[in-house]
Design a protein around this ligand. Structure first.
Ligand SMILES: Nc1ncnc2c1ncn2[C@@H]1O[C@H](COP(=O)(O)OP(=O)(O)OP(=O)(O)O)[C@@H](O)[C@H]1O
Length: 462
């Protein structure tokens, strides 16, 4: 006996009895109904694998009108429903029309039992694969939503950020290629996602590809797909990222890391808007909005002949420059506050704020890892601390870099002013530099406790 729940609807009781008698021998559950009006209630309470539906419910009428009406109702109630129509002999034309309207198959009355069973079984398979793809679709939607959740808010009110929001708003509406340039951790992916979310493709997928992580071998099969047997590990046909992204957007990150031969392959797909899976010669059209990003100087690379000029001109229709964090110092308190709130919630801490000196220290630091680094500093500080306020010494930022950024000479110290406090400040700076920002070692050499060194660092705004 096979699993399977079948519903048969026909106003002819003899037809229902015959169908039930035979199908019951092979399937777990066979329900029958004479009145299609009960369909909405039935479908609300039960999920049928196959619904066998008569075309004509009023005797002597053979227009099939009612059949079409109920077919439509069933598909509205359950878009994955599999409906097999029961037609009278000679109604084949009507049945073909019904298939165009969404029916899966049809059986002609009076039927041959074996043929009926074969039709029901193949329809059950179709139902199983429809349910599976529906599950995958909703799973994919959920995963995308979860991913996107972490990339929702773009924080920053500095002039360059306001300008950036305006650009995102303008380009999102178009399908133009966008090249996002900026240092690591400045938020390039965040911006790419914002463009997608504000575009007409927002309901479709956003596919993210880190080109820097793709080897020469994997590049083609990852991006364009492959067919079974194309190479040793190709156990089945697989679509590439471009095909998966079709209808939506693709974000090709680290575009500057592609070898010249990979650049040529990518360019040809961008030009033709078609992909060919590895091992096949069939061209598959793709409709994808393309967004690119890199932290490398592509113009310099063109000069050095390590990046194709024609590829650069194809991808840079719109260019977005994301400024490093050190050039928008006024955003640092906003970002710090934002991440503080996030991590306080995540790690269930009572920390409420950052002290003024802590903020000052953050604003002096050059943030070579940009927002990502700031995010990590805040996460670490929240994990490692209790209390209500984070102090400057609670932030594990690399003090040494702060001095280097201020253009301090590493070795010699020229003291031009012998005011004692000034001398003390200069000496503390020098020793901190010597120990690469390690407060413990610097305090030991200066003959101070860590606390009193911290107190002085705060006093001198270090
Ligand atoms: N303006 C911002 N507001 C809030 N979070 C931000 C902002 N900029 C960056 N972030 C966060 O910083 C982290 C790094 O951002 P993202 O991955 O977008 O940077 P990226 O420039 O693509 O980095 P990479 O070049 O290393 O790939 C992410 O967690 C992101 O959410």
């Amino acid at each position: 006996m096979l699993q399977g729940k079948i519903l048969v609807i026909d106003d002819d009781v003899d037809v229902l009895d015959a169908a039930k008698l035979y199908l019951k021998r092979h399937l777990a559950k066979v329900d029958t109904e004479t009145d299609p009006q009960v369909l909405p209630d039935l479908l609300h309470n039960e999920s049928y694998d196959v619904i066998l539906l008569d075309m004509n419910f009023t005797k002597d009428v053979s227009s099939g009108k009612e059949g079409f009406y109920w077919l439509d109702q069933i598909l509205k109630l359950d878009p994955s429903a599999v409906v097999v129509l029961i037609t009278a002999y000679g109604d084949v034309e009507l049945a073909v029309k019904a298939i165009k309207e969404g029916a899966t198959d049809f059986v002609v009355k009076p039927w041959e039992n074996k043929k009926l069973l074969a039709t029901v079984l193949s329809s059950m398979k179709l139902r199983a694969s429809r349910l599976e793809s529906e599950k995958l679709r909703s799973w994919q939607k959920q995963v995308s939503a979860d991913m996107d959740y972490h990339y929702q808010a773009i924080i920053g009110q500095s002039a360059p950020m306001l300008q950036l929001y305006e650009t995102i708003r303008q380009v999102a509406r178009t399908d133009a290629n966008v090249l996002i340039l900026g240092e690591n951790g400045t938020g390039k992916e965040l911006i790419a996602r914002a463009i997608h979310r504000n575009s007409q493709r927002s309901e479709a997928v956003f596919v993210n590809v880190d080109l820097g992580a793709l080897s020469e071998n994997l590049f083609e099969s990852e991006l364009f797909g492959h067919v079974k047997g194309a190479f040793t590990d190709a156990k089945e046909d697989r679509p590439g990222r471009f095909e998966i992204a079709s209808g939506g957007s693709i974000f090709l990150d680290e575009i500057g890391n592609l070898s010249i031969s990979m650049q040529a392959k990518l360019l040809s797909v961008l030009q033709s808007k078609n992909v060919v899976r590895v091992g096949s010669n069939k061209t598959i059209p793709v409709d994808v909005r393309q967004i690119f990003a890199t932290n490398m100087d592509l113009y310099q690379m063109v000069k050095e002949k390590s990046f194709r000029q024609d590829l650069l001109y194809r991808i840079n229709t719109i260019e977005i420059h994301v400024p490093p964090l050190r050039e928008r110092v006024e955003d640092i308190p906003l970002l710090a506050e934002y991440f503080l709130q996030q991590y306080v919630k995540k790690y269930q801490k009572n920390i409420r704020s950052l002290s003024e000196p802590a903020l000052k220290r953050m604003q002096k630091y050059p943030w070579p890892g940009n927002v990502r680094e700031l995010q990590h500093v805040m996460e670490r500080a929240v994990i490692m601390n209790k209390g209500y306020t984070l102090q400057a010494e609670d932030l594990f930022i690399n003090v040494r870099q702060t001095y280097e950024a201020e253009g301090q000479d590493k070795e010699s110290v020229v003291i031009s002013n012998f005011n004692l406090e000034h001398v003390e400040k200069i000496m503390i700076q020098k020793i901190l530099r010597k120990y690469h920002g390690s407060v413990t070692q610097a305090a030991r050499e200066l003959g101070l406790t860590r606390t009193s060194l911290y107190r002085r660092m705060e006093k001198y705004d270090l």
